[in-house]
Design a protein around this ligand. Sequence first.
Ligand code: FA5
Length: 350
Amino acid sequence: MEKEIKQLKKDLEQAIAKVNDVKSLNDLRVHYLGKKGKITGLKEMLKELSVEDKKTAGKLFNDFRQEATDLIEEKEINLKRKALDEQLITEKIDPTLGATEIKTGSIHPLDRTIKEVLDLFVSMGYDVVTGPEIESDEYNFARLNLPKDHPARDMQDSLYVATDYLLRTQTSPTQVRTMEENKAKGPIRMIAPGKVYRKDDDDATHSHQFMQIEALVVDENINLGHLKGTLELMVQTLFGKERKIRFRPSYFPFTEPSLEVDVSCFRCDGEGCSFCKESGWLEILGAGMVHPAVLEMSGYDKEKYSGFAFGLGVERLAMLKYGINDIRQFYQNHLHFLELFERIDKEGHK
Ligand code: FA5
């Protein structure tokens, strides 16, 4: 047994010396110490020895097996250390390399515009409210002083989803809903942003789906001067003092008197160009004093209360603010277009 152990030890030491990688070392471990390995095989010899000899040979066998295990482990540690040293030399980190740019999204220009308007009105004490996009005929028209056969219904081509339900054509139903909810409490100052839908043909300034912001103030002694002052403040805050605005008499069944507000064209500065259809102006909103019939239908005493309201087109506002000449760009969502606004808001137009 002693002779065999000596020979195996010599073989093992030579084999270990030749091994250069962990995988070959594992193969070697199996070859010597595995179930059918050469060292394990020595155990068979023990069975044939007398009890006395078995004791000495057994110890020799166990010591050798331990020694072989230690030798292989030591080699494994050395191999791994060597591999790590080599890796550290080849995989050098260059701290002077530029960092990879992380792309972040940006806020959509329509959301930016809505936020700017809401910030202004919230700072003046208005509450922000919302209403349903699928609206009943009752709220979208009838309660706004447009009964079923009223000719002014044709002013807004509607998309009905059921007999008495449609995609709202305007945010004005939020006026009625808010008045109904607050009639027992008294005065109202509300601002309501949201999407609206019409069977309009799409062109540079019209979209079949667009956004409006509705505003409503109801209190005692509210007059046209309050409406005019509020609109002037809003336009100046958004466009600066140099931008010209004009008020035009108009007609809406739910306001009396009614008016529309135009802002001078950003492209020709009021001179007239193809974008503003040679008029020099772009219409941004409709407005007026709340019609007494609407106040009454919503539960407000028309003798005690009066109010003003307006509904502005968010896309038109954003077009004027950012100098965009086609409304369809807001909905095409090309990345290079969307990325412009972050920069414009930070650095201004260049
Ligand atoms: C209305 O929708 C009224 N509800 C506004 C109102 C509210 C009047 C409260 C009085 C009191 P009008 O249809 O004019 O009005 O639309 C209002 C604004 O929405 C327009 O001035 C314009 O800026 C915008 N707008 C209208 N149609 C389109 C369209 N197809 N695409 C984009 N913007 C539009």
